[in-house]
Design a binder for this molecule. Structure first.
Ligand code: ZN
Length: 248
């Protein structure tokens, strides 16, 4: 692989679910002038167990349409919520306080994670009519079981907060933090605005920007997202995650 800088900008929309369809539309409208169809959608098959994506439904049809236009489709957990009892206290505390219980893949065994990835993948691939492009665990949190299950799968790409890698080979494909926003508390919202302002000019080879449905409800976040894409887009080409797998 080449070591020449790629100056790539990779955009992703998290928590793609019928639950957040209105927010999703607003985010897509916001991103379109900057990235067009060059973005990844992180699809949750059944958000919190009560927002299933049903094959043949209008939302499923929209997903297939986006995939047909070239939007990359990533599996993003299954329920998104952590429904396991963690044995390790540290993992439990991390899941509870850092993610408000969204770390679905933190406490799963290899077998459980494999089954959930297989189920989610089968559903999403049925809906979009092609293979998923990658996997991202909810809240970017992976336990050992999840990492092992992923390397068993043939899913070509995965990411956490700090890197993108190839599960089949283990190769690291990009490094550096994702720019993302948080709105759960006022303090987190304020610190995410500061982090975005600093990182959007960072001299990273690959700059990742991830947006979440609730971002669209906060005018200050919407402005920060807009500005981040504008500034990053001046010196970068909007690309696709699969570009990271292309031979030099
Ligand atoms: Zn998520």
């Amino acid at each position: 692989m080449s070591t020449a800088p790629r100056h790539l900008l990779l955009a992703s929309v998290h928590d793609v679910s019928p639950r957040f369809e209105g927010e999703l539309d607003r985010l897509l409208e916001l991103l379109a002038p900057h990235v067009g169809e060059r973005l990844a959608m992180l699809v949750v098959p059944n958000h919190w167990g009560d927002a299933p994506i049903t094959p043949g439904s209008p939302f499923a049809t929209r997903l297939r349409h986006w995939a047909d236009k070239g939007v990359e489709m990533f599996l993003h957990g299954y329920f998104h919520r952590d429904q396991t009892q963690h044995e390790a206290t540290a993992a439990r505390l991390r899941a509870r306080f850092m993610t408000a219980g969204e770390g679905e893949f933190l406490g799963l065994s290899r077998e459980q994670a494999s089954a959930r990835i297989a189920d989610g993948r089968a559903l999403v691939e049925d809906v979009i009519g092609r293979s998923v492009d990658g996997f991202v665990a909810p809240a970017w949190l992976y336990g050992q079981g999840a990492l092992a299950a992923l390397s068993d799968s043939a899913i070509p790409l995965a990411e956490d907060h700090w890197r993108v890698w190839s599960p089949p080979t283990g190769a690291r494909l990009a490094s550096g933090p994702v720019i993302t926003w948080a709105s759960r508390t006022r303090a987190r919202l304020a610190s995410s605005l500061l982090a975005a302002a600093a990182l959007r000019r960072a001299p990273l080879d690959v700059l990742r920007i991830g947006v979440h449905p609730p971002d669209s409800r906060h005018p200050a976040l919407v402005r920060s997202i807009e500005k981040t894409f504008s500034i990053a887009g001046r010196s970068r080409r909007a690309g696709r995650y699969s570009d990271l797998l292309a031979p030099a």
